[in-house]
Design a protein around this ligand. Structure first.
Ligand code: ATP
Length: 319
């Protein structure tokens, strides 16, 4: 394989740039040419493709976002869209494609592979919701952004003796809420995979108040519901002054953490190695701190597992 392409797709995540850099550098180191595909699958269908040199991956390892930009494309989900994409890849002589993105992006990579075009998926999303890897690129940075924000909210919550409901991202996965809740000592964590029922949350708040707690923090995963509605319900049920913060897109931006940069570098390089070996339709990941790869279609059939022991621990520690 002499020419490969790389694109980022779906929601952006801090560390995607470090993954792009790893792909570009590893490929050039291995005497291959690399083409950057701009705006995800949409840009691929439109032929928005440029050759990347060593320098084009310079000074990006520390930046959030993605220098290749990202997009969502409904047209690419169609048979016609995928054929157009393959025509573009063939036109540029690109023999293999690395897709950095979430599970939707992996579905796209699987479709191209089914049509005979070799693709490798690199998990990049803050949601940590991809089966076959313990961590996705961007999760650690987003987690630390949430921790910074909650620490700040905690200061004001204590001063005013308030209850705070903080809504965090994660789509249908509760990982960000769970890890942030444990790291922040939240009173209650609400995740789609296993949610404390409302009465339990209220009960814990009342018990905390009875023993003189100055503040209460509840972390709500967006997959469970709307923070504002939840805050109103809590205030009605407890009579406690309750404020809501929806952290929103600050969770998607910012400098990638050391962990995400290292993860992205390892996974990006591993993806290139797989293409060199002639592999196709694989996803790379990290499990028990070892780099792994799995059949992308089989991996997507699995369900991402959250660590429910951590959930139980959080309930025990925040009594
Ligand atoms: P995130 O989890 O961060 O949102 P994602 O990769 O899951 O990232 P999606 O919007 O689901 O984000 O997918 C990105 C793009 O991948 C879609 O806009 C579409 O072009 C392509 N895609 C998604 N699902 C499919 C599918 N079933 N077949 C072909 N292409 C798909």
């Amino acid at each position: 394989m002499k020419k490969i392409g790389v694109l980022t797709s779906g929601g952006d995540a801090p560390g995607m740039n470090a993954a792009i850099r790893a792909v570009v550098r590893k490929a050039i180191f291995s005497d291959m040419e690399v083409y950057g595909i701009y705006n995800g699958y949409q840009g691929l269908m439109e032929g928005n493709i440029k050759k990347m040199e060593l320098g084009s991956a310079g000074d990006i390892i520390q930046r959030g976002g993605t220098v290749l930009y990202s997009a969502r494309s409904d047209e690419f989900k169609t048979e016609e869209g995928q054929q157009t994409a393959i025509k573009q890849l063939n036109k540029f002589g690109i023999e293999g494609l690395i897709v950095i993105g979430g599970d939707g992006s992996f579905q796209g990579a699987a479709k191209l592979t089914e049509k005979g075009y070799p693709c490798i998926g690199v998990p990049g999303t803050i949601d940590n919701d991809i089966p076959g890897t313990d961590f996705t690129i961007g999760f650690d940075t987003a987690l630390n952004t949430i921790i910074d924000a909650v620490d700040k909210i905690r200061d004001t919550a204590t001063s005013h003796e308030r209850t705070y409901v903080i809504e965090v991202m994660g789509r249908n996965a509760g990982d960000l809420a769970l890890w942030a809740g444990l790291a922040d000592g939240a009173e209650s964590i609400l995740i789609p995979e296993n949610t404390n029922d409302f009465d339990t949350v209220v009960d814990r708040l009342k018990k905390g108040q009875a023993r003189g707690k100055k503040h209460s923090i509840i972390i709500l995963a967006e997959g469970v519901g709307n923070g504002i509605d939840y805050g109103n319900k809590i205030e009605d049920a407890t009579g406690m002054e309750t404020r809501v913060t929806v952290l929103g897109h600050i969770q998607r931006g910012g400098r990638p953490s050391g962990f995400d940069r290292v993860l992205a570098s390892r996974l990006g390089a591993k993806a290139v190695e797989l293409l060199i070996e002639g592999q196709a339709g694989r996803m790379v990941g990290i499990q028990n701190n070892k780099l792994v790869d799995h059949d992308i279609i089989e991996a997507l059939k699995q369900k991402h597992q959250i660590d429910l022991d951590m959930y139980r621990l959080s309930n025990e520690l925040s009594i």
